[in-house]
Design a protein. Structure first.
Length: 235
């Protein structure tokens, strides 16, 4: 056979083999295929690999179309609970007294705001609004007629802000709180004996005093007696 013609045939056959390999690659996953052809009486063969079996040199799997690659990062759908809530009881001279729920790191200003803010007769300067709050805290905002220091208004497990249970004195030793004072403390007031102190305690057991003037509704305490104690009591 003419050498030139033989060479052309050889090139054509090799080109055809490459086309077959390319077609196998593009048609998707499959087994390895082997193409056999004969040139000048010699059998020639070429093998094509399944694209799905191809991998990178470093041994890592190469993603193929339609194959999902697992995400090795953190689970973005992980549920994270909300910040722990703090239950704080706000009472006294605020618009809406009651239990409010705050986030960790909140301060007394946040608690007062959650309770509707200060009432018109509130002694705003008597409460430290920058103080952090804790769970179960009681905050009592005093009225303008009460004498308390900046730390008053806060109580943890007590029945009145700035006063321990059974202690009618504010933290600075000022006026006696007639809503929280014991019988012995009430008797320290001018003209108040044991019997009158018991009457005050019995009255407030039914309804706390809303103002110091209300003490005149207690039997035996009239205007004259009130005039002697009004500068020494608070609610």
């Amino acid at each position: 056979m003419n050498p030139i013609k033989t060479k052309c045939i050889r090139i054509s056959v090799i080109a055809a083999a490459f086309l077959i390999m390319a077609a196998a690659y593009l048609t998707g996953p499959g087994k390895r295929t082997q193409t056999t052809f004969t040139i000048d009486g010699e059998e020639q063969s070429m093998e094509s690999a399944d694209p799905a079996d191809l991998s990178s040199e470093d041994g890592q799997e190469t993603a193929s179309p339609g194959k999902e690659v697992p995400d090795s990062g953190p689970d973005s759908g992980e549920h994270r609970p909300d910040a722990e809530k703090l239950a704080v009881y706000v009472c006294g001279h605020v618009v809406s007294p009651g239990v409010v729920f705050l986030k960790e790191g909140s301060r007394i200003c946040d608690a007062v705001a959650a309770a509707g803010g200060f009432a018109p007769d509130a002694s705003q300067d008597s409460v430290n609004l920058a103080m952090p709050v804790s769970d179960g805290l009681q905050i009592r905002v005093p009225g303008k007629n009460e004498t308390v220091n900046a730390a008053a208004g806060i109580a943890g497990g007590t029945n009145s802000a700035g006063t321990a249970q059974g202690n009618g004195y504010p933290l600075n030793g000022g006026r006696i709180n007639i809503n929280t004072a014991s019988g012995e403390e009430l008797q320290q007031l001018p003209g108040i004996g044991k019997s009158r102190a018991e009457d005050i305690i019995a009255y407030r057991a039914k309804k706390p005093f809303d103002s110091i003037e209300e003490i005149m509704k207690v039997p035996g305490i009239k205007k004259g007696a009130f005039g002697k104690i009004k500068d020494r009591i608070a609610v």
